[in-house]
Design a protein around this ligand. Sequence first.
Ligand SMILES: Nc1ncnc2c1ncn2[C@@H]1O[C@H](COP(=O)(O)OP(=O)(O)OP(=O)(O)O)[C@@H](O)[C@H]1O
Length: 271
Amino acid sequence: MSTPAPRSRTAGPPVLRVRDVTVRFAGLTALDDVSFTVSPGSVHALIGPNGAGKSTCFNVLSGLCRPAAGDVTLGDAELSRLAPHRIAALGVARTFQNIVTTEGTVADNLMLGRHLHSRAGFAASALRLPWVVREQREHLARAREIAELTGLEAHFDTPVALLSYGDRKRVEFARALCLEPSVLLLDEPVAGMNAAERARTAEAVRDVRAELGLSVVLVEHDMGLVMRLADEVTVLDFGRRIAHGTPDEVRGDPEVLRAYLGTDTAQEDVA
Ligand SMILES: Nc1ncnc2c1ncn2[C@@H]1O[C@H](COP(=O)(O)OP(=O)(O)OP(=O)(O)O)[C@@H](O)[C@H]1O
């Protein structure tokens, strides 16, 4: 009846493979034969101009969108035909561009993230059976650890509505971590943040990766952050993969520079 232990740091997350994925919306091909591999424990950034297909790709990875062709696998598990809750149960958690958290305290929200690991049903919870009480205590302790890891410990009992924008976005991040994912999909984690909030979030992503050893797939328009955090970068443009490599390789790629500003003078935009 005990809370599942966090994944062993030595076990490492499984490889996430996206193979030849195509998504069409009526006449528009949003993703065109896209492939990339997220190495275990790496930060893999997915970048590209507006409309490149990044969100569509995240929607495929999290089960909100079914590809017309291709597949996504996590280790031996095929994800691309599964419902979102099954994908989450296999260890893929995601945050969204927009804040969805507005009610309850930080602790309440992180406890919501623990529900996948909870064995207690409604009746057992209502009866407050001893093992349920113990389980709840363990979940709360784990939620507190995750709050510490993401810099939210001082706000653990604070209503989310009273937090700054940056802290609320970090609650989304922490709640996703409460699922104990092996792969975390971060959709524009610093969008709308000021410089100090961006720096804190970047630090939190680094700490989480180092401490939990999970893989991170990052969609972000802040190129400075992408270049500092990512181990590998896949670049999309009009649904096609136009480049892939380390931040340094991608930064100097003429196709990438053209995609961003339409000229080779876009160096500082991608730098
Ligand atoms: N549900 C949908 N129905 C029709 N077209 C869609 C749908 N979702 C996305 N698209 C189109 O697919 C293309 C890729 O969109 P997507 O949102 O994946 O791009 P993006 O790279 O995430 O862009 P942004 O950086 O602006 O968020 C765009 O042309 C978009 O208009």
